[in-house]
Design a protein around this ligand. Structure first.
Ligand SMILES: [Cu+2]
Length: 361
């Protein structure tokens, strides 16, 4: 059976179970939008809805680093998305494949991109082996849509579909992630980006020529393993951007003279001082909203703490290949080893031959 047919058939069977909990009519659920699935890890071209004027002015779509923006369907003025939480295989770098959990074929899930004032309906189907929810980090929304399992809703059972619906009231930079078995599900890669564009000219949101976004995430994948350890609390060994690591990360490209915005969210368990070479930037926004212009100052490094988002902007006026990295030097390494004694000062002449003799036996 084709993968798409599988989803269509199984969704038809599960759709009605959510009708009473989510308050969406049976007729609406019967016409669930087909989930768009993506399997590659390349950076998708920016996506603008074809032929949909929708709410607000035309906007410059974001580009998700080694990711993609999910297409939506317009249904009587509502933007409808279908997220499928499911096991996926993510190629973190060429030849390095990891068994993760994600959404719609990849970790992280697709970027949700809407305009301030849009009414958004998100169908979430759970194809994981355990219950899940989605929390829409930073959004103003009705309490019942906040996605915290055991507080705002029962978790979405295995095989079930839940419907979230709210108005994207505040423009800015947001993310989404489970609020059910959080430690496991985020350690397995479940998260995604959300961008709400302003519906008109905004005094604190400037037009830019380039608009990039990605999430910082971390995994503990022992050398030789393919599945992250989900019991790790701090000693992660793979520090990733959008579930990718060097040399698997695509460059963020700009033309000389472009205004560039980069939106960064941190869903790891430690903070990351993100450093950019060659230019100075300003933090123009957080998950709390745009920063007042008088409160901005020049920086070349900004700390992105756990659960925070930072939106930086700069003028790309120096040609060249400029590095952008976390300034914790052990976070630029992978797979980082633990409990390894220092080799400084040790005479290691002949060591390679000794190891080769050992392993060739
Ligand atoms: Cu770091």
């Amino acid at each position: 059976m084709q993968r798409r047919q599988f989803f269509q058939r199984t969704l038809a069977a599960t759709a009605f179970t959510a009708a009473s909990t989510a308050g969406v009519s049976r007729a609406a659920l019967a016409g669930l939008p087909e989930p768009v699935i993506r399997t590659g890890a390349d950076t998708a071209a920016p996506w603008l809805p074809p032929g949909v004027t929708g709410a607000g002015r035309p906007y410059r779509p974001v580009v998700t680093l080694n990711g993609w923006t999910m297409p939506f369907r317009m249904n009587q003025g509502v933007k409808e998305f279908h997220l499928v939480a499911e096991p996926v295989v993510r190629e973190m770098a060429p030849g390095f494949e990891v068994n993760m959990w994600g959404y719609n074929g990849q970790s992280p899930g697709p970027t949700i991109e809407v305009v301030e004032g849009d009414r958004v309906r998100l169908f979430v189907t759970n194809r994981l082996p355990e219950p899940t929810t989605i929390h829409w980090h930073g959004q103003r929304l009705p309490n019942g849509m906040d996605g915290v399992s055991g507080v705002n809703q029962p978790p979405i059972g295995v095989g079930k579909t839940f419907v979230y619906e709210f108005v994207a009231r505040r423009p800015g930079t947001f993310m989404y992630h489970p609020h059910a078995d959080e430690m496991t599900q985020m350690a397995m890669g479940m998260m995604g980006f959300w961008v709400t564009h302003p519906k008109g000219r905004h005094p604190l949101i400037d037009d830019v020529e380039r608009d990039y976004c990605f999430l910082l995430n971390a995994f503990d994948v022992e050398p030789g393993a393919h599945t992250p350890s989900i019991n790790t609390m701090l000693d992660f060994n793979i520090w990733a951007w959008n579930s990718r690591v060097f040399p698997g990360l695509d460059p963020l490209v700009a033309r000389l003279g472009d205004r560039v915005r980069v939106r960064i969210g941190n869903l790891t368990m430690t903070n990351h001082p993100i450093h950019v070479h060659g230019i100075e930037f300003e933090v123009t926004g957080t998950d709390g909203g745009p920063v007042p212009k008088g409160a901005r100052w020049p920086e070349v490094t900004t700390d992105v703490a756990v659960g925070q988002m930072r939106q930086i902007e700069f003028l790309a006026d120096e040609p060249g290949d400029w590095a952008m990295h976390c300034h914790k030097s052990h976070h630029t390494m992978g797979a980082m080893g633990h409990d390894v004694p220092t080799m400084i000062g040790v005479d290691h002449r002949g060591l390679v031959q000794k190891i080769q003799r050992l392993v060739s036996r």
